[in-house]
Design a protein around this ligand. Sequence first.
Ligand code: HEC
Ligand code: HEC
Length: 400
Amino acid sequence: MPFVKSIRVWGAAVIAAAAILSGCGQPPDYPPDLTFPTRDDRLVLRTPADRQPASLGETGKLDVELAALDQLGGRTVDPASAPADHRVALDRFLTDTFGTPASPTVRADDQVTAITTKLGLTPQPLAEGGKLYRRRCLHCHGLPGDGRGPSGYGVYPPQPRDFRRGSFKFVSTGNGGKPRKTDLARTLREGLKGTAMPPFGLMPAEQRELLVPYVIYLSIRGEVEFQTLRAMLTEGDGGESVEGDPAGFARERLAAVVREWDRAASTPTGPTPPPTPDDAGKQAPSHLDSVARGYHLFTDEGGTGCIKCHQDFGRKSGYWYDVWGTAVRPHNLTAGGYKGGNEPHDLYQRIRSGILPSGMPAHPTLTDTQVWDLVNFVRALPYPRELPPAVRARVYPETQ
Ligand code: HEC
Ligand code: HEC
């Protein structure tokens, strides 16, 4: 359509806005000359060790708060202080490798391409996923997946996820693994309860299946950029070195990051949960015994130590810094409503794999029975009558 073509560059934003407002029709194209922006926000390398954030943070103040971390004993670096020729070389590498929003791709050697193809990161689905992303996600998660879209500032805390760090919270791949595609698909389908991340369960499943590789694509691109910038900016003070060849360094990082995604995709899935008890089953002695064992594991300061962070079962949790330098709070477990899902297998994974970017550790050494005991306890915790009397007396002393 020549009319659309001629106004594409100038009118794309208007078309996007119209499509969002009308909520129907084909997703709009990205202007063909649009490139991903050169990263100019600070990289958080270390959060203040002994300090806890005073609050969850203030809406719209993300970048001010990140810049203040240095005075509190953290470490951030400003991409503007990287040598100009290194920045140019990195940006050229990123465009050559990952294309543009209108033509997303991953151009790499055969080994990397074999993996990215397996992950579905091929030009056609990426371009389709990118258009859907533009319409449904970009206003929060930003064009390069930096979590700084125009509405993103308004929803903090928590800030929409910055995919460029390569870190995800709701994973089922053990200690520090990337998410599987099914983990990301769950987040999209169900949303993250208690946060601005909405459920997209009404979106056709084929569309969610196109968005998942696009999120992975943005994350890989952003993580390669993050790691290369970090090396450029910390060279000479104990960090890695790009050794005068930012593109070569970035190429190696790309291979390593892609292998991590591949490893996650081939990690064995967790065990099948035991059948969920009905109301009568919840009062069965064997179930109550499991809840009581879960309570002991939870409150065992020397062992799993859940209670050290989820103080008073989470009612009195303090704030923490996550890897992005923003604040989180260990969940109030007496309130239910978990971000990553209420189902036993969701909670199994939260406990087994941890929520590493938020500082909740993985628990690789617990037996499966111990994890299910903890799951049963956590699921019963919001409901006093589902707790065995001795446990209820400890958790809800006021009911005695
Ligand atoms: C209204 C704002 C908003 C919109 C729209 C939105 N998100 Fe999010 N998203 C968030 C917030 C906020 C979080 C972080 C929640 C947290 O950290 O607890 C998040 C987190 C995520 C995560 C991280 C999950 C993890 O395991 O760490 C993914 C993936 C994600 N969003 C994908 C998407 C995709 C894809 C779309 C579009 C289909 C989308 N989001 C639309 C606000 C939004
Ligand atoms: C070092 C601190 C720490 C420890 C120890 C810890 N947690 Fe957490 N936990 C957190 C933080 C922080 C969050 C919130 C993460 C977020 O929202 O990003 C959390 C969230 C959770 C959630 C909510 C998940 C969701 O989907 O919203 C559950 C359930 C949970 N923890 C259970 C446990 C259990 C059970 C243990 C012990 C086996 C435990 N935690 C140990 C810090 C901790």
